[in-house]
Design a protein around this ligand. Structure first.
Ligand code: IMP
Ligand code: MG
Length: 178
């Protein structure tokens, strides 16, 4: 495993993004929605440095990969969402890869009538995007590597690492066979 962003770098990136978000909303009340499970570590650090009146909610997005299909189906469990009608809403996820997860989430939440709807991610992976819209805030651009830590998982492990690391090909292969 190779460390891509150490604890200090991650903390600096989160602080930078928080400054941007604070400046953008300029003390207006905000509803922030964390995408489970990957965003939990980022959410914990980020919400404590946001300074507007803040409501916090979560939504679960899970992809199920069928046995024979490559393309996975995304299931969004939106029952846990708080009221978004006429609110300024910011959706927070760990990573923006192809962009399909964020695009689907924004589409679902748009139906709930928010006043504004924007997105923030810790990582924006370069070279993999398949959607038109970019995330509104991203702490880091990273190369096309599979990364874990600070909330990001591989087969549900590694979320607790306090840094972001890239998995080597043999570690990915080893994980697949278990
Ligand atoms: P997208 O829909 O392709 O943008 O993928 C977003 C989701 O895929 C994220 O919420 C992550 O759960 C997962 N993902 C994408 N790339 C990585 C990675 O490098 N490490 C861990 N999870 C990833
Ligand atoms: Mg995930």
């Amino acid at each position: 495993m190779k460390i891509l962003l150490n604890r200090t770098q991650v903390a600096e990136g989160v602080a930078r993004m928080a400054d941007e978000i604070n400046a953008f909303y300029n003390n207006k009340p905000l509803t922030i929605i964390g995408v489970l499970t990957g965003s939990v570590v980022l959410m914990a650090d980020l919400i404590r440095v946001l300074n507007m009146p803040l409501r916090v909610g979560v939504v679960q997005a899970r992809s199920y990969r069928g046995e024979s299909t490559v393309r996975s189906e995304l299931v969004i469990a939106s029952e846990s969402l708080p009221d978004l009608k006429d609110r300024d809403v910011l959706v927070v996820d760990d990573i923006f890869d192809t962009g399909h997860t964020m695009a689907r989430l924004l589409k679902e939440m748009q139906k709930l009538g928010p006043k504004s709807l924007r997105s923030a991610v810790l990582l924006h992976k370069r070279g993999r995007q398949e959607t038109q819209e970019n995330p509104d805030h991203a702490a880091f651009e990273i190369p096309d590597q599979f990364v874990v830590g600070y909330g990001l998982d591989y087969n549900d492990f590694y979320r607790n690492l306090p840094y972001i690391a890239a998995l080597e090909a043999d570690e990915i292969a080893a994980g697949r066979s278990t």
